[in-house]
Design a protein around this ligand. Structure first.
Ligand SMILES: [Zn+2]
Length: 136
């Protein structure tokens, strides 16, 4: 399967496309399309906020991947996501992220919410779920 166009990713997020399973498989194996997917979610959430339910569904899918890590390619996508998310958390905890935000406050105000923000939100829930499953 070739890379996904932005239009296709938007159709996927809005659930107006048929071959969603095929696209999902590609998203989980392709770093650049995963990045595009996150950008689309970010834009969609900002403009109309129709996709939070879908994002949750996707995160649940990611959770299943953690519980049953059977395929190397899904692990690779998961690791990619975990690194991005973990890096964001690390920056936040160390206060670097906050410092940068304050330093560029005026410019940031005019920009859309960042992917990092989106990741932070989802990572929080994700980590909590992982903790819960680890105890069981
Ligand atoms: Zn791709």
């Amino acid at each position: 399967m070739s890379h996904l166009s932005k239009e296709k990713v938007i159709a996927y997020v809005e659930q107006t496309i048929d071959n969603r399973k095929e696209m999902e498989d590609h998203l989980l194996t392709c770093d650049s399309c995963m990045e595009l997917y996150l950008i689309v979610i970010d834009e969609q959430t900002y403009e109309a906020a129709p996709s939070s339910d879908f994002t949750d569904t996707f995160m649940q899918h990611m959770n299943k991947t953690v519980v049953t890590p059977s395929k190397d390619r899904t692990n690779r996508a998961l690791i990619h996501y975990a690194i991005a998310a973990g890096f964001t958390v690390l920056l936040t905890v160390s206060g670097v992220f906050q410092g940068v935000m304050q330093a560029t406050n005026d410019q940031q105000m005019e920009q859309k919410p960042s992917i990092s923000e989106h990741l932070m939100l989802k990572t929080d829930q994700w980590i909590e779920k992982l903790k819960g499953e680890g105890k069981e």
